[in-house]
Design a protein. Structure first.
Lengths: 135, 353
């Protein structure tokens, strides 16, 4: 059971809330309170737009415990439009349609159950192909 | 009866923003008929199916983000987050707190989950009208969303679908559509239910049509129009709860509405019955194409039973806000067809232990 950890991480997980450096304007995710670019303190909250593109990806067929219900699934390094590179699952996509440079957008989805069907539901960000406006 | 039966807030209220959500997957009704050897005509073309990582919380979050984007307000201006559904992810623990946290509204809010079979979403809208109309709050978020399940092989399995909509309710002068009045017609009618700990619902067969759906939908609609002094001709669009394609079409005809009035809001043939989302996603699809000055009538229905009817007048603001989020038809156009085996896996119909 990791309830305290899930609770502590919910803000960054649900809404992609990170930080912005007040000194050099670097956008930071995940939040770490120290700017990775200039090394100064950076605690100002910043909500990322959720837009980005696939930097690299791989498909998982042998999932770690807790994720076996959704195999196969694709995990990607996503380059956010504000700069940071983050790891996340892709969703609503078929593996054969994933490509490097593909535009994606953040959605909040169910990540897993904590433990079994009696455990809490853990929600967080995933990315899907940017939805197009129908003609 | 001499008293006026309409519900009208002392401060006029309206829809400030709206947003829809429909999952990506579709199973054709003919595919369900293939497995269960269902003979005869199928009730709809296909229904929407949620992905393995979707539930009423995640779907509500996306619809809410769309509604807030159209409203153009800061999430923290909302004073209530109310989610109506009959498929809340937890038996005990609110969906609304998860949604509120994800859209950045906590902690200065009312939050709660509403239940009334398929009319929980419009019940939340009426409550939001009361909160704003009494000036206790300026903005409230009302959501109706479901991931409905039907017993494998049952008639309901052909239509039980996933989707819904969210509405930011606020002062009429800031709205994209004014809610002129609402009226609800409610009785104790056992047409459909699901007992505690049961996975699939039961229905009272012959009870579902005349004494339940048609009685409540027509009484709610006729009373609202009677008290408002309107007739079907005063409306450009009309939306009725849509458990299938047949019921809303028949109700609309009985009440004197024409095909061009109900067609834009009739989505059941292509997404199925989204339960708490069914009438209100018809409303979002209609708002996506309506013009300023258009008048819309919407009647939801919830088994058990009751119907909520609303008269809605579109303002000039609609055109400024409509394109700020994905439209209902954008979600409907996003479509991946699945077979019965994939559907059974995705809906948890295959037991792993
Ligand atoms: Zn810095």
């Amino acid at each position: 059971m990791e309830i305290p950890r899930h609770w502590r991480l919910k803000k960054q997980r649900y809404g992609l809330i990170g930080e912005v450096c007040p000194h050099c304007d670097s956008k930071i995710f995940p939040p770490r309170d120290i700017c990775p670019d200039c090394g100064k303190e950076a605690k100002d909250e910043f909500a990322f737009s959720g837009a980005g593109e696939v930097y690299s990806y791989t498909t998982i067929y042998n999932a770690p415990s807790g994720f076996e219900h959704t195999i196969p699934y694709t995990v990607a390094l996503v380059q956010l439009e504000e700069g940071p590179l983050i790891t996340a699952q892709l969703t609503d996509v078929d593996e054969e349609h994933v490509s490097i440079g593909m535009p994606v957008e953040m959605v909040t989805r169910k990540l897993r159950e904590d433990g079994d069907e009696r455990g809490m539901l853990v929600y967080g960000y995933k990315f899907r192909p940017k939805l197009v406006v129908a003609a | 009866m001499t008293e006026n039966l309409l519900l009208k807030p002392s401060r006029p209220v309206g829809i400030i923003g709206y947003g829809a959500y429909v999952p990506r997957y579709r199973i054709p009704a003919t595919e369900i008929a293939r497995v269960w050897k269902g003979g005869g005509a199928v009730p709809i073309k296909e229904k929407s199916v949620p992905g393995l990582d979707e539930d009423v919380a995640t779907m509500s979050i996306e619809a809410a983000r769309n509604a807030i984007a159209r409203a153009g307000i800061h999430a923290h201006q909302l004073r209530a987050v109310w989610v109506g559904s009959e498929s809340h992810p937890y038996a005990v623990k609110p969906t609304s707190t998860i949604v509120a946290e994800a859209i950045g509204v906590v902690p200065h809010i009312q939050a709660g989950d509403w239940e009334f079979a398929c009319k929980a979403g419009t019940e939340a809208m009426v409550a939001a009208m009361g909160l704003v109309g009494s000036e206790m709050a300026d903005y409230a978020l009302a959501i109706g969303m479901d991931t409905a399940q039907g017993k494998p092989g049952d008639a309901l399995e052909y239509t039980a679908a996933a989707g819904g909509a969210a509405f930011v309710i606020g002062p009429a002068e800031k709205s994209l559509a004014v809610i002129e009045a609402t009226y609800s017609y409610v009785t104790d009618t056992p047409d459909f239910w699901r007992r505690a700990y049961q996975k699939y619902p039961e229905h009272g067969s012959r009870f579902t049509g005349e004494p339940a759906y048609f009685e409540h939908v027509s009484k709610a609609t006729e009373t609202l129009m009677g008290e408002l002094g309107t007739t079907p001709d005063d409306y450009d669009y009309a939306i009725f709860h849509q458990p299938n394609a047949k019921f809303p079409t028949r109700a609309a005809k009985m009440l004197g509405f024409k095909q061009e009035q109900w067609e834009p809001g009739l989505l059941a043939p292509v997404i199925g019955n989204t339960y708490s989302g069914a009438a209100i996603i018809g409303l979002t699809a209609t708002l996506d194409i309506a013009k300023p000055g258009d008048r819309i009538l919407m009647t939801s229905f919830g088994s058990g039973a009751g119907a909520d009817c609303m008269s809605i007048l579109v303002t000039d603001e609609l055109l400024n806000r409509r394109d700020k989020a994905l439209k209902t038809q954008d979600y409907i156009a996003r479509r991946k067809e699945i077979d019965y085996a994939t559907y059974a896996r995705m809906r948890g119909k295959i037991t792993m232990k």
